[in-house]
Design a binder for this molecule. Structure first.
Ligand SMILES: [Zn+2]
Length: 149
């Protein structure tokens, strides 16, 4: 599976954020339900649990997807590797191989048309979540993750 980036064919339609795709609905619903906190009562335990889950997911992305899987900054056991992949996946930023492939391309082509999550080339919102929800980039380019396949 490949998803080559072809800037010459970029168009607003091709780069539209797919809020109504399966991944988009889950991602959007997850964030919108957080707004319910404004109207619903909740306990300190619920808030603490929410914060703990958020921190665990961010740890999965930063220590797992980013530092370990994409950059191979450190070594760890197979069990902890699996745990990091699970935590990162829980952050709803697609799967580890997809994320790693996109991130490696990001470093290779930083802030050019080939960098799909550049806030400079596109926008803040695109860099924040558009790149995750755009159907155009949903395939995993396995050429960038040969070390994990
Ligand atoms: Zn990086």
């Amino acid at each position: 599976m490949t998803a080559s980036h072809q800037p010459a064919r970029n168009s607003a339609e091709a780069e539209r954020i797919a809020f109504f795709s399966l991944a988009g609905l889950g991602f959007t619903a997850l964030h919108l339900t957080c707004l319910l906190m404004l109207w619903l009562q909740c306990s300190w335990v619920a808030l603490a649990t929410c914060l703990a889950c958020y921190l665990l997911r961010m740890f999965g992305i930063t220590a797992g997807f980013h530092r370990y899987l994409a950059h191979r900054t450190y070594r760890t056991s197979r069990t902890f590797q699996f745990l990091l992949a699970c935590l990162g996946t829980a952050a709803a930023q697609r799967g580890p191989l997809w994320w790693v492939a996109q991130h490696r391309q990001h470093h290779r082509y930083a802030d050019t048309a080939l960098d799909i999550h550049s806030p400079v080339v596109r926008s803040f919102w695109w860099a924040h979540m558009g790149w995750l929800l755009c159907r155009r980039y949903k395939e995993t380019d396995l050429r960038w993750v040969k070390d994990w396949c």
